[in-house]
Write a protein that binds this ligand. Structure first.
Ligand SMILES: Nc1ncnc2c1ncn2[C@@H]1O[C@H](COP(=O)(O)OP(=O)(O)OP(=O)(O)O)[C@@H](O)[C@H]1O
Length: 273
């Protein structure tokens, strides 16, 4: 499968402007994010990378509108984010499926709430089940699915609402290596076909380089932008190529610096959790 690097860049979609986030008291609280500025264009695949506690989820949740910045602003298409909205779909690591609904119902649930007519709803669910290889599992319940299948359902459920922006918080973190790679490939295919803007949180340097058109490395507390780098390795990316490994070394050194700060904090019995 030939994949090009071309995304429909040009129009900015998300602007993070001087964002700070403090949990707790302004004086004594945890500064999770400090002076974050980012502009993300339509069609970019941005990976947020960094060790535990550097504020990746905090930043993603702020873009999602789940937890707003203490100061600064986040704009989506020039409109300030104040709450979650249908333009931003979130996929979590923990699947977040409804255990009492089968696969087809889980995928169609958001459409049902939205009042999409049944015939249209069924057509969308059908298309997504085919796209994600779920057709044979349509009547299964989440408890009878593997982790990889559950995550496919979670992705299909977000895609059903067709948000231009997908926010993904370590969605493949709990999967084994082979399942993870096949879901990464499916996500890339969907990104290409559906022209989504994706912000994807990961701990994994290899995953960030494999997926991202851009990788943003955050520093360990307070979370600031340490590096913001375009990944222009041609797709499909060969993880054993020299270019891939050069990038891995470069980003690995940067992430390691932050990981050491995290470890020192941990040794001091630090305040992280
Ligand atoms: N609700 C909260 N109350 C207090 N502190 C919080 C809260 N949420 C996050 N933090 C703190 O903010 C910092 C950033 O947390 P965040 O979860 O965003 O990091 P992360 O990079 O996503 O880490 P991980 O990869 O472990 O999820 C951490 O030090 C964390 O302890």
């Amino acid at each position: 499968m030939e994949m090009s690097m071309t995304s429909v860049a040009g129009t900015h979609e998300i602007k993070v402007l001087g964002v700070n986030k403090v949990f707790g008291d302004a004086e004594t609280g945890v500064v999770a994010l400090k002076d974050i500025d980012l502009t993300i264009q339509h069609g970019e695949f941005v990976c947020l990378l960094g060790p535990s506690g550097c504020g990746k989820s905090t930043l993603l949740n702020a873009v999602a509108g789940f937890s707003l910045p203490s100061t600064g602003d986040i704009l989506v298409k020039d409109v300030s984010v104040t709450k979650p909205g249908p333009d931003r779909g979130m996929v979590f690591q923990e699947y977040a499926l409804f255990p009492w609904m089968d696969v087809a119902k889980n995928i169609g649930f958001g459409l049902e709430i939205k009042g999409t007519p049944q015939a249209e709803r069924e057509a969308i669910v059908e298309r997504l089940m085919q796209k994600l290889g779920l057709s044979d599992f349509r009547n299964r319940f989440p408890k009878d699915l593997s982790g990889g299948m559950r995550q496919r359902v979670a992705i299909a459920r977000v895609l059903a609402l067709d948000p231009p922006i997908m926010l993904m918080d370590e969605p493949f973190g709990a999967l084994d290596a082979l399942t993870r790679r096949s879901l990464q490939d499916e996500l890339l295919r969907i990104w290409e076909e559906e022209r989504k803007t994706i912000i994807f949180v990961t701990h994994s340097i290899e995953e960030a380089i494999y997926l991202g058109s851009r990788v943003v490395v955050l520093t360990y507390r307070p979370g600031t932008v340490k590096t913001d780098i375009t990944i222009d390795i041609p797709r499909p990316r060969d993880t054993s190529s020299a270019a891939f490994n050069d990038m891995k070394r470069k980003l690995g050194a940067l992430v390691m610096e932050e990981h050491q700060r995290f470890s020192e904090d941990e040794r001091r019995g630090g305040t992280f959790d």
